[in-house]
Design a protein around this ligand. Structure first.
Ligand code: GAR
Length: 214
């Protein structure tokens, strides 16, 4: 079984969904622990409630990004992690850190990448007037939100929908998509080789897309 660490910064709904799916036997892996960079974040309580080890490494306690990342890398190495799952982890990671865990780190992002990298994705989708929106799971490479996209879940933006309503609907899709993709990786169905993603032995030329109409 592969060994997984979850990295998070906030409310932790994605962490919760992955822990729940794991508890239900849907993810065949060992979830070794959760690393959180924000003291007091709600995700810490979620990890404790699930009986999963949680280490808080506050980035503010470190003089530089390199020192903060060194502290995280030390824990991840000690835990002998095969897969790092960024689940609402809101710190940009250096190229050095990313390369150290190349092909072993995935992220969820609330947009249909490559559209809307970065922050405030829902507001930007509404401001542009896009009809389609959703979330993406991608391998992490040194450029922000630019690694190969594994899967996306797509919804139709409703007329007059608020940013909060849209965010909530995208979050629902995230909570379905992330456990599913983590389970696929745990089962060896998805791998990242030579900077390319493969699904069931075939190069994944376009992301797997799940459509949610209505
Ligand atoms: C999620 O919507 C995730 O896609 C987003 O943060 C939220 C975390 O929610 N991540 C990013 O924006 C990364 N750039 P959660 O803490 O409830 O899982």
């Amino acid at each position: 079984m592969i060994r997984i660490a979850l990295l998070a910064s906030g409310s932790g709904t994605n962490v919760q969904a992955i822990l729940d799916a794991h508890a239900q036997g849907k993810i065949q892996a060992e979830i070794v622990g959760v690393i959180v960079n924000v003291p007091g974040a709600a995700v810490i309580q979620r990890a404790h409630a699930a009986g999963v080890r949680c280490v808080v490494i506050p980035h503010r306690d470190y003089g530089s990004r390199a020192e903060f990342e060194q502290a995280m890398a030390q824990v991840l190495t000690q835990w002998q992690i095969d897969l790092i799952v960024l689940a609402g982890f809101m710190r940009i990671l250096s190229a050095e850190f990313v390369q150290r865990f190349s092909g072993q780190m995935i992220n969820i992002h609330p947009s249909l990448l490559p559209a809307y990298k970065g922050l405030h994705t829902h507001d930007r989708v509404l401001a542009t007037g896009d009809r389609l929106h959703g979330c993406s799971i991608h391998f992490v490479t040194p450029d922000l939100d630019a690694g190969a996209v594994i899967a996306q879940s797509v919804l139709t933006v409703a007329p007059h929908e608020s940013s909060q309503q849209l965010a909530a609907r995208v979050n629902v899709l995230e909570l379905q998509l992330y456990p599913r993709i983590v389970s696929w990786i745990s089962a060896g169905r998805i791998v990242f080789l030579g900077n390319k993603p493969y699904l069931d032995g075939k190069e994944l030329l376009t992301p797997v897309r799940f459509w949610n109409h209505g």
